[in-house]
Write a protein that binds this ligand. Structure first.
Ligand code: DGL
Length: 270
């Protein structure tokens, strides 16, 4: 049994960390497409091609279920993959739905019609590709009515984090929050819609102020996955080994991964 975790690079390790803690007996195979990161500035066709190639590699590694930990891939490629590419005996799930279910106070898998929810003004911080896909607004509209979403494309933040330049990352986060607040002065909730942003969660919270509920994905995805596997134990797949695969340079990627996991892991060539 093994479950695949796909990401454009290292950000998905924030999700990997949470799911591995929640499901310690499940071997996870992580795939980071570091050779082609960041995805956030690519067009949808490009993201689709890269994502399907990576997910196929995870199927080949014995995973029947793959989580797209990358918001950009979830936003730009997932629907197209589910409609026309994923084989009938496999599943590919994204990271938006668990977040939206939490925001709209729904139980997992509650597919009842959209209804009014407590929160009315939501700020979304994500990569330019995720924002321009409008996938978050589309998924939200299936579940809630009357929610105003203001999205801020956070150019530069992923690159700064990947470069380890946390001073620049903090300055960029503060300026993106300010830009958003000019359009939506008082959001009630803020969604961190990118796997890299949990590393900047304190800065987002500080810039937004105490009264704003900040939703970060990793733990929500872990709970959702645990629930899914209880309902679909057959989707554990036949792989038995945990692994960290990268399309980039394994030594370099392994070193950078310490920043995300605070422990050493060994990536191998995908
Ligand atoms: N992992 C991507 C996401 O969650 C961000 C990094 C990228 O742009 O590739 O959106």
């Amino acid at each position: 049994m093994a479950v695949g975790i796909f990401d454009s690079g290292l950000g998905g390790l924030t999700v990997l960390d949470a799911v591995a803690k929640r499901l310690p007996d499940v071997p996870f195979v992580y795939y980071g497409d570091n050779a082609h990161a960041p995805y956030g500035v690519r067009d949808a066709d490009d993201v689709y091609e890269l994502t399907t190639a990576g997910v196929q590699r995870l199927f080949d590694a014995g995973c029947d279920l793959v989580i797209l930990a990358c918001n950009t891939a979830s936003a730009a490629a997932l629907r197209r993959m589910q409609e026309a590419w994923v084989p009938a005996d496999k599943r590919v799930l994204g990271v938006f739905v668990p977040l939206i279910e939490a925001l709209t106070e729904r139980q997992w898998g509650d597919n009842s019609p959209p209804r009014e929810v407590a929160v009315k003004h939501v700020a979304l911080f994500a990569t330019p590709a995720t924002v321009s896909s409008r996938a978050f607004q589309r998924e939200l509209a299936f579940r809630a009515i009357g929610v105003d979403v203001e999205a801020q494309p956070c150019g530069g933040v992923v690159d700064a984090i990947e470069d380890g330049d946390m001073i620049l990352a903090e300055a960029l986060v503060r300026s993106h929050v300010e830009a958003l607040q000019r359009r939506m002065p008082k959001p009630e909730a803020a969604i961190l819609g990118c796997t890299h942003y949990p590393l900047m969660e304190d800065v987002f919270q500080d810039a937004l102020g105490e009264g704003v509920a900040v939703y970060s994905q990793a733990n929500l995805v872990a709970e959702s996955l645990a629930d899914y596997l209880t309902r679909h134990p057959d989707k554990l797949g036949d792989g038995t080994e945990a692994a960290f695969l990268t399309t980039g340079d394994p030594a370099r990627v392994s070193n950078k991964a310490i920043q995300f996991l605070r422990r050493k892991i060994e990536f191998v060539k995908a």
